[in-house]
Design a protein around this ligand. Structure first.
Ligand SMILES: C[S@@+](CC[C@H](N)C(=O)[O-])C[C@H]1O[C@@H](n2cnc3c(N)ncnc32)[C@H](O)[C@@H]1O
Length: 232
């Protein structure tokens, strides 16, 4: 297991929209995720339990980053075939070092081959995909899953206008309580502008219906952070 470096990024101002999942971000990603994404570990734990009861077949994690979820699933369900996909080589290098027995593929979600899939995971990944192609991606995932197969999605959503200020204040407070400075929050928000493109939860749900999942259920929520399980 590599040392988890503390996330000290975004102490200085950056070019708006410049956020990338590069080597610098990858090296402190685990710390960043735990201190920035509410319910990060609870979501992984919930996914891992759901996967124990999914039909036989592979778990494809699209946007797997450093492989934390697949490491947990490997402990809970060691018989599962695990495939992690990510367009960041720096992320995949760390993931492969942690779990050499899984398959690690360098591609984005749209180009992922979902061979033998019983479960597909989009953990805070759909928000980084081109919005105009999200429906097509979800249709492809739906088509790859067997009856009873699962799509597990976690997203940072766009809060409803009336609640936006509360949601942003809550997320800021969460990160400040976890040791980030106010400047880091301002700089990171600018860096992510136009890179992380959240949708309202209702829009994601509408597109999931269009993609013809049999049923989608919200299972976790922390303000704008929403997790769904969808049944094929
Ligand atoms: C917030 S992280 C995901 C966290 C991860 N799923 C977890 O549970 O720890 C987003 C990841 O999506 C990847 N990514 C960005 N654009 C993507 C795309 N179009 N398709 C698939 N992955 C993408 C990034 O390289 C990054 O590793």
């Amino acid at each position: 297991m590599p040392d988890i470096r503390r996330d000290e990024l975004f102490r200085s101002a950056v070019t708006p929209g410049s956020f990338r999942f590069d080597a610098e971000v990858a090296s402190s990603f685990d710390d960043m995720a735990r201190r920035s994404i509410p319910l990060y570990r609870d979501t992984h734990a919930a996914f891992s339990v759901l996967i124990r009861n999914a039909p036989e077949g592979a778990v494809h994690d699209l946007g797997c980053s450093t492989g934390s979820l697949l490491v947990q699933i490997d402990l809970d369900a060691p018989e599962r075939r695990l495939v992690g996909h990510d367009p960041s080589l720096a992320m995949l290098d760390i993931a492969a070092g942690r779990l050499p027995g899984a398959e690690w593929r360098h591609n984005d979600a749209e180009n992922a081959k979902l061979d033998g899939a019983a479960v597909v995971v989009l953990g805070w990944t759909l928000q980084f995909t081109p919005p105009e192609r999200r429906l097509e991606l979800l249709r492809r995932i739906r088509a790859a899953l067997p009856p009873g197969g699962l799509l597990l999605i976690a997203e940072k959503t766009e809060p409803e206008a009336a609640f936006a200020e509360f949601a942003m204040a809550a997320h800021d407070a969460y990160r400040l309580d976890n040791g980030y400075t106010p400047e880091q929050l301002v700089h990171k928000r600018a860096a992510l502008d136009g890179v992380l493109r959240p949708w309202p939860a209702a829009q994601t749900e509408a597109v999931l219906r269009q993609a013809e999942f049999r049923h989608c259920q919200e299972i976790l929520r922390w303000h704008a952070f929403v997790t769904w399980v969808c049944l094929a």
